[in-house]
Design a protein around this ligand. Structure first.
Ligand code: ASP
Length: 436
């Protein structure tokens, strides 16, 4: 029995625990993001001061450590998660179904994003009535890149994908690693018992990677604080005002896709409450916003999908790395809207046929764009050239790209995690049916 003094001590201790209980990692990340933005604005007021320079140096170091750790884990994680995911799916006879549903989801959500991008650009007539001469200097100073047609893009795509896997691993060529890992995963199952040791080894290696991601996640609040503070302190936020209408329309439409279209699909096909989804994926979504890189965010997306959304590891391990490379709704939407913006700016009316060409090229471009900051700007050249628009027009968009990239990367990452939920639900039902 506890006497009254002991009881008082006990309850005081309980109170201490309640009062000093550390915030959950999710809350820490959210608070860090808000503080980072505020600190960035503060720095923005003090350019050139010793405080500004010192803080920027500290922020650069902290953000490089965080991004560096994520990149360090990325390639081994992609390789092991696909090998493990594919071999488990192949062993349970689900690989082809998972593959088909993933592809169907990617194409459907990207098509919806493209339609939305074009529709909103039409509705708000972005770029109409803006004097293109305002941007003449930027365009003439921009070096015209080599022509990038869909066929040359496709040839490059193949040439960069089917390469020596050691080169791919060393150079961090995500797509080539994905393809090689797919082959290894299938081969492990085809080989049966004789490869049991390698299969076990791959599983253990994957578990080690997940453990290490847990460690890196503990640094996420600091990393996100540093990344956002640095972004706000160094980007000229006022450049947005020159292209305000376009920036508002494209960001608003991307947010609509992320807050309405994708959650609706998730609710209909994944049978998951969108609030549960957003709560469970907050860490990955904020990291995507801060890094503008779906590849760097991938380790966190995988962890959130498995641990918070309860997606089976074999599904998340297969769908998320693949989605990171192939599924980019935010990028597709942006490219379609931006092509129309440039056409309007130049005073050109794109025919329906040309708009379909824009959609098809933007779809290919989003499939091929790597998940790194401003990758969409490079593939944008192909979209512009496909309908005869000048490639140097991207010079108009470049100054605001780093800022717009934040939101489209969030939607890219959100789409990957959402698809993993939908695919898992459909294949889980399969498993239950097969077992019963
Ligand atoms: N930054 C985007 C991503 O990593 C790609 C883009 O530039 O649109 O998903």
């Amino acid at each position: 029995m506890l006497d009254s003094a002991q009881l008082a001590w006990h309850s005081a201790k309980q109170d201490d625990i309640t009062i000093y209980a550390p915030m959950s990692l999710n809350t820490q990340i959210l608070v860090a993001a808000i503080l980072g933005v505020l600190f960035g604005f503060l720095l923005n007021l003090l350019p050139g001061s010793a405080f500004y320079d010192g803080s920027l140096y500290g922020l650069s170091i902290a953000s490089s450590i965080f991004i560096g750790l994520l990149k360090m884990l990325l390639i081994p994680l992609i390789f092991s998660s696909i090998v493990v995911g594919v071999s488990n799916l192949q062993a349970s006879g689900q690989l082809s179904r998972v593959w088909k549903i993933t592809l169907l989801c990617c194409v459907t959500t990207t098509t919806l994003a493209l339609i939305l991008g074009l529709a909103c650009a039409h509705l708000f007539e972005v770029g109409k009535g803006v004097d293109v001469r305002l941007f003449q200097d930027a365009m003439s100073q921009h070096q015209t890149p080599d022509t990038l047609t869909p066929s040359s893009f496709f040839t490059n795509f193949i040439q960069n994908t089917l390469i020596n896997p050691f080169k791919a691993l060393a150079e961090g060529n995500v797509l080539a690693v994905v393809v090689f890992a797919l082959f290894v995963g299938v081969a492990l199952v085809k080989g049966g018992e004789q490869f049991r040791t390698v299969r076990r080894l791959s599983h253990q290696f994957f578990d080690i990677m997940m453990l290490m991601i847990g460690w890196v996640m503990k640094l996420a609040p600091l990393g996100i604080f540093a990344l956002l503070a640095k972004l706000i302190a160094t980007e000229d936020v006022t450049v947005l005002s020159r292209l305000a209408e376009f920036a508002v329309v494209v960001t608003g439409t991307t947010i609509f896709h992320g807050l309405v279209v994708l959650p609706l699909l998730l609710w209909l096909f994944g049978k998951m409450n969108p609030v549960t989804f957003f709560k469970g994926t907050r860490a990955a979504l904020i990291t995507a916003f801060a890094t503008s890189s779906s590849s760097a965010t991938m380790p966190l997306s995988m962890k959130c999908a498995q641990e918070n959304l309860k997606v089976r590891p074999q599904t998340a391990g297969f769908v998320i790395p693949l989605g990171t490379q192939l599924n980019m709704d935010g990028t597709a939407l942006y490219e379609a809207a931006a092509a129309l913006f440039i056409a309007n700016l130049m005073g050109l009316d794109l025919t329906l046929g040309q708009q379909l060409v824009v959609c098809a090229t933007a779809m290919i471009a989003s499939l091929g764009a790597p998940g790194i900051p401003s990758a969409g700007m490079v593939t944008m050249i192909m979209v512009l050239q496909s309908v005869g628009l000048p490639a140097e027009a991207i010079a108009i968009l470049l100054p605001i790209d780093r800022l717009l990239d934040t939101v489209r990367t969030v939607v890219n990452v959100q789409g990957d995690m959402m698809i993993s939920v939908v695919v898992d639900r459909y294949t889980r039902d399969d498993e239950i049916t097969t077992q019963s």
